[in-house]
Ligand binder design. Structure first.
Ligand code: PEP
Length: 253
């Protein structure tokens, strides 16, 4: 039985005050012995103080991205070692906004995946198709290609310490959500690819769904066999909404 994981990606939002209140709200509403893993991913600059706020709680800390490099002349970048140093356990890699707005190719994403793991950071590896790709019937082909870019370089063993997030691009921040059956079909396909390479790792791999998840639709998505939680954008900026999603994943508040 895989543990469910609910991760909040705050993107470029908030302020010190907003984020402090948000973390407080989440911590106050959380069960003390959660059967669900919970994680928040604030902007880089707020990571150290969020780590301090989370100290002693079961809530994990993730970064929204990571550098391909460890150190050197890479202005503006933050390395996986640094993320580890300030208390992160996870880092998102390959988010569709990084892919489309900042030029993260499959190769760059695979390098970030490896850089995270080399520093002991668990990559939350995002894959997903655009609306055009879906309507052209290319969904499985696209996610297979994105997955194989990492599988080919890191090998199946790397997925023992990784999380995959299936995030159809057309569902991110749009209010459109994949139906449970649409999401399940892709999740099962992804798990099959990993399981073909390594049955145990495939069976144990957490595969999250992301794309307009909210308190109202989380339960039906999380009820699907291969959906092991969610990567939550907009709804993670509201403590009550985020907690409702955690509750839908099995947490009792
Ligand atoms: C995301 O940014 O990863 C995401 C899933 O956003 P939203 O929940 O707002 O669609």
């Amino acid at each position: 039985m895989r543990t469910k994981l609910v991760a909040g990606n705050w993107k470029l939002n908030g302020s010190r005050e907003f984020n402090r209140a948000l973390v407080d709200g989440i911590l106050q509403g959380l069960d003390t012995s959660p059967a669900v893993e919970v994680m928040v991913c604030p902007p880089y600059v707020y990571l150290p103080e969020t780590a301090a706020q989370l100290d002693g709680s079961p809530v994990m800390l993730g970064a929204q991205d990571v550098a391909t490099e460890v150190a050197g002349a890479f202005t503006g970048e933050v390395s996986a070692t640094m993320l580890r140093d300030v208390g992160c356990t996870h880092a998102i890699v390959g988010h569709s906004e990084r892919r489309t707005l900042y030029g993260d190719t499959d190769v760059i994403v695979a390098t970030k995946f490896a850089a995270a793991q080399a520093a002991g950071i668990v990559p939350v590896f995002c894959i997903g198709e655009t609306l055009e790709e879906r309507t052209s019937g290319l969904t499985m082909e696209v996610v297979s290609r994105q997955l194989e870019a990492v599988l080919d370089t890191a090998g199946p063993g790397a997925f023992a310490d990784a999380v995959i997030a299936y995030e159809p691009v057309w569902a991110i921040g749009t209010g459109l959500t994949a139906t449970p059956d649409q999401a399940q079909a892709v999740h099962a396909h992804v798990r099959r690819i990993i399981a073909t390479a390594d049955a145990r790792i495939g069976a144990e791999l957490q595969i999250l769904y992301g794309g307009s998840v909210a308190g109202a639709n989380a339960a039906e998505l999380f009820a699907m066999e291969d959906i092991d939680g969610g990567l939550i954008g907009g709804a993670s900026l509201d403590a009550a909404e985020f907690l409702a999603i955690c509750a839908a994943a099995g947490l009792t508040n």
